[in-house]
Design a protein around this ligand. Structure first.
Ligand code: SF4
Length: 427
């Protein structure tokens, strides 16, 4: 599948360490550590976990001397570029620069003295370190809050522009920008407005989204909407949970939109229904756990029955559908093996690994020649047993009508005749 399915708005490109952000660079995933930055080993362990989950860039707070010292030790050992998160204290920004961070995040809402902002910008300019202007609705400059009567999209955009103006005074424009709000419509509108007036790369995020699943859904609504409009160069989910979930969500969203190549499994599964021959939820969950820990860049399907499963999941790279105590393994809709029910997940994982290693042609050539015939027999037997109405809806409708007819169509006494079950009321 082609990447960049949604034409992206042209932005200038900056470099966060070795990672390009903006221009024609792939949209990147960010997250933030929750450890004390002074805890070097703990923070590095989290950074490695975030990278494994899909983060391209990681932010750490730099809120005290010990945190800045920690950054000096973390940066050289980090597998991804590090952004220092700065609030209130210009000294912490300067210390983070000394620590060698790859980017600073400055909050214009709480680092407000123009001379201090320009001092940091000059230092960043001299050392070629980019800055994210990180406007946040919850900590918006009070003057703008009063001017606009709240943290409106216009107020957020103006805050970013004021900061850009200060940077421009010292000739610094190595900048990306975020205008985060906690309400999706405000956030979306703020970024839309911002993208009309700047060409800097934009860092998308819905701030304080809360715990999953609601937080993930809200983040996806905001970030996904903008990405599909071509707005956004780097993203962060702000979830109240292990930040690894943020990185996973970010990566999953970009892969789902075709903005990044698939790196891990995309598990699809039917919602189950009266035809299901297995506990679809359990098998899908087991398959998800077994596959996500491996590098399987495939779309894999778990389907509850062999009657409709292989057909409905024909576009999946690989799938399994449940028959009577057996699973039908299929590659792009073609049955390649029939396995006992208890081996379904293991067979799926084994085949996924072989597919990645050997390719589709080889695995289709290695298919069990009798599998399709066996599968067809299972399918026919199930159709025989269940008929074409596994949920028995039509049988139930017939039963209801028979009973109503037998009782003289009681329901019709209060309304016009339905044409079934007797004459219309007289008069
Ligand atoms: Fe799943 Fe089969 Fe029902 Fe479709 S018909 S939802 S594949 S059990």
């Amino acid at each position: 599948m082609a990447v960049d399915r949604y034409p992206r708005k042209k932005t200038r490109q900056i470099m966060v360490g070795t990672v390009p952000v903006g221009g024609d660079a792939p949209v990147t995933v960010q997250s933030m550590t929750t450890t004390k930055t002074a805890d070097v080993e703990g923070t590095l362990a989290q950074i490695y976990a975030l990278k494994a989950a899909g983060a391209d860039i990681v932010r750490c707070t730099c809120n005290e001397r010990e945190a800045a010292e920690g950054l000096a030790r973390i940066v050289p050992r980090s597998p991804v570029p590090i952004v220092a998160d700065i609030h209130f204290h210009v000294e912490m920004a300067l210390a983070a620069i000394e620590a060698g961070v790859h980017c600073l995040r400055l909050n214009p809402g709480n680092l407000r003295k123009p001379e201090e902002i320009k001092l940091v910008a000059r230092e960043c300019k001299d050392r070629d370190i980019p800055v994210r202007i990180g406007v946040n609705g919850g900590s918006l400059d009070k003057r703008l809050y009063d001017k606009y009567g709240g943290a409106t999209p216009e107020a957020l955009v103006e805050s970013a522009q004021i900061e850009l103006g200060l940077f421009a005074e010292v000739g610094f424009d190595n900048v990306k920008i975020s205008v985060k709000a906690s309400r999706v419509p405000v956030m979306v509108e703020a970024y839309r407005q911002l993208s009309e007036v700047v060409d800097h790369p934009l860092h998308l995020g819905l701030t304080e989204a809360g715990p999953p699943p609601a937080g993930t859904i809200k983040g996806t609504a905001g970030i996904g909407t903008l990405l599909m409009e071509g707005i956004g160069d780097t993203i962060r989910y702000s979830l109240t949970t292990d930040p690894v979930e943020e990185a996973k969500a970010g990566r999953t969203l970009l892969e789902a939109l075709g903005l990044r190549e698939r790196r891990n499994v995309d598990l699809i599964a039917c919602p189950s229904c009266g035809r299901a021959e297995i506990d679809v939820y359990r098998v899908a969950q087991e398959a998800q756990v077994a596959l996500e820990s491996r590098s399987i860049p495939l779309q894999v399907a778990v389907m509850g029955c062999v009657v409709n499963g292989p057909g409905e999941a024909r576009s999946a790279d690989l799938g399994i559908a449940a028959g009577k105590h057996r699973g039908h393994l299929f590659i792009r809709g073609e049955i390649v093996r029939v396995v006992p029910e208890q081996d379904m997940v293991a067979a799926l994982v084994e085949e996924a690994e072989k597919l990645v290693k050997e390719g589709f042609e080889a695995r289709l050539a290695a298919a069990d020649k009798g599998a399709a015939r066996e599968a067809e027999a299972d399918r026919a037997a199930l159709l025989d047993a269940q008929g074409s109405d596994a949920n028995r809806s039509e049988a139930l409708v017939e039963l209801i009508n028979r009973r109503l007819d037998a009782r003289g169509t009681a329901g019709e006494a209060q309304g016009p005749a339905t044409g079934r079950g007797g004459p219309a009321p007289a008069g």
